[in-house]
Design a protein around this ligand. Sequence first.
Ligand code: SF4
Length: 267
Amino acid sequence: MTYSYTQISQYLRCPRSYRYRYLDGWREKDTRAAMVFGRCFETALAAYFSKQDCTATLFKEWGAYREAPLDYGKGDSWNKTLHQGIHLLHKFAQDDRVQVRRPQKNLQLKATRALPDGNEFVAYIDAIGHLDGQPCLIDWKTTSSRYQQEPEGLLALDPQLVCYSWISGVREVALVVFVRKHLPEIQYLKTSITDEQCNEFSQLVESTISQIEAGKFLPHSGIRFPMNGCTSCSHLGLCLGNQQFVDSKLIRRPGASDLDWLDQLAD
Ligand code: SF4
């Protein structure tokens, strides 16, 4: 069985949601504009590092969704998102703080790690390159709000960065956050992951997989007034028995679970 960060984090968030998605085949419909745009933007970044016209690449990739019925956030539109993306690409080139040599090899790297009982863990790392001249592993994020930086040291707790550091052996890591807002901004955030964090992540992966293989899928509804994690869960309709919610959010692909690790490319 092949596991990914997305699978482990989904199980830890709510085991019932994991079961719906990976065992029963209920997948979220690919209609979130922000997620689709993030994939187009990463393709444009790959063009930038390959010395191609990244603006034209973004226009071509995002242009394929111009008439698509995507769900946009409040005040967002296809046009506005495109202009924010172009602005961010220009700013990224002007800043010139990130270098990725040999982009064919160092972008979207596949990393694998053997796990006990014949299982395997697979991750796709956005880039291995240099930030401000320092070698590091890099993860791109496109978002509509800034990544929280306070209190100091918060970034080192990011579980996805810990995962990538664990699987790659690279301890210097960075998030490059492309913030789509009125005045687009790019955050360049660096941190170091310790060996101890990686050892603990390894134990977390093994204990999570043992729970999955033991068939433990109790719901963790996460309700704590006034926050309710279920309201942002795509499987809410299944838990509520609300067919209208199910039809609007989900599509069922039974038997597709062996390719589910691919979905981490959408993170
Ligand atoms: S709606 Fe709540 S309990 Fe149900 S799967 Fe989602 S997070 Fe879990």
